[in-house]
Design a protein around this ligand. Structure first.
Ligand SMILES: C[S@@+](CC[C@H](N)C(=O)[O-])C[C@H]1O[C@@H](n2cnc3c(N)ncnc32)[C@H](O)[C@@H]1O
Length: 221
């Protein structure tokens, strides 16, 4: 993984600040029903579709959404039949947006404001979502290991991972890191295989649907 020049002690705090200050802007950016967003950012739609397909393949699964943000994916997976949905995000304004978006599913939804690494999560989950999360993690292995510990036998993790591209990479660097003071990270296929393998997952399925990232489904036997 490309991990240059980031102080892992301050990185999570900078990410949290960004998602606290810009919650509404991010929520708007993820509106993938709009024609323009679909055209310019087809990856958003693809990752959501994989999350929904995966949830729909289980019967009333327990779903954990790590970095659930404003609950946009949560809404779709609840509609697709999630039996119980737990969303965790360390940005309170993001969780506030999720709370109003998911109000109609309140009887099977729990939202937690906390860092995933320290959140009091108990039990096992059939599907763990990590969509748009790993972009911001200086120590991603700690996350994949905790995901494995929380994954039920027969369950899986669905995640999205940016990779460096000369088309989008420099723009993202300038926008997030230089202007926004928010660290971002990229991944290679090999790094993903190693990370999920070392965390205990038995099978790692990696798709590369576009130029700018990977979609991963990692299974626990
Ligand atoms: C780009 S948003 C993605 C939101 C949502 N998954 C989606 O696809 O619509 C990333 C989210 O991850 C959250 N996040 C980043 N690091 C986190 C951590 N260590 N613990 C909990 N949430 C985290 C941020 O606050 C932010 O809301």
């Amino acid at each position: 993984m490309v991990r240059p020049m980031h102080d892992s002690a301050t990185a999570p705090e900078r990410v949290r600040t960004r998602f606290e200050e810009r919650a509404r802007d991010f929520d708007d950016l993820y509106e993938d029903e709009r024609w323009l967003v679909r055209t310019l950012r087809p990856g958003l739609f693809r990752r959501r579709r994989l999350a929904v397909e995966t949830v729909a393949a289980y019967t009333a699964p327990r779903v954990l959404d790590v970095g659930c943000g404003s609950g946009r994916i949560g809404e779709f997976v609840l509609e697709a039949g999630a039996g119980h949905y737990v969303g965790v995000d360390f940005s309170e304004p993001m969780i506030d947006l999720a709370r109003s978006r998911l109000e109609r599913f309140a009887d099977r939804t729990q939202l937690i404001v906390d860092d995933f690494l320290t959140a009091p999560l108990r039990g096992e989950f059939d599907v763990i979502l990590a969509v748009g999360l790993f972009d911001y993690l200086p120590e991603p292995h700690t996350f994949s290991r905790r995901m494995f510990a929380l994954c039920a036998p027969g369950g899986c993790v669905v995640g999205s991972f940016p990779t460096w591209s000369w088309l989008k990479g420099p723009i993202r660097k300038v926008r997030y890191e230089w202007i926004g003071n928010c660290p971002i990270f990229n991944y290679s296929r090999r790094e993903l295989e190693l990370m999920f393998g070392a965390s205990g997952f038995d099978r790692v399925e990696i798709r590369s649907p576009g130029r700018s990232g990977y979609l991963v489904r990692a299974y626990r036997a």
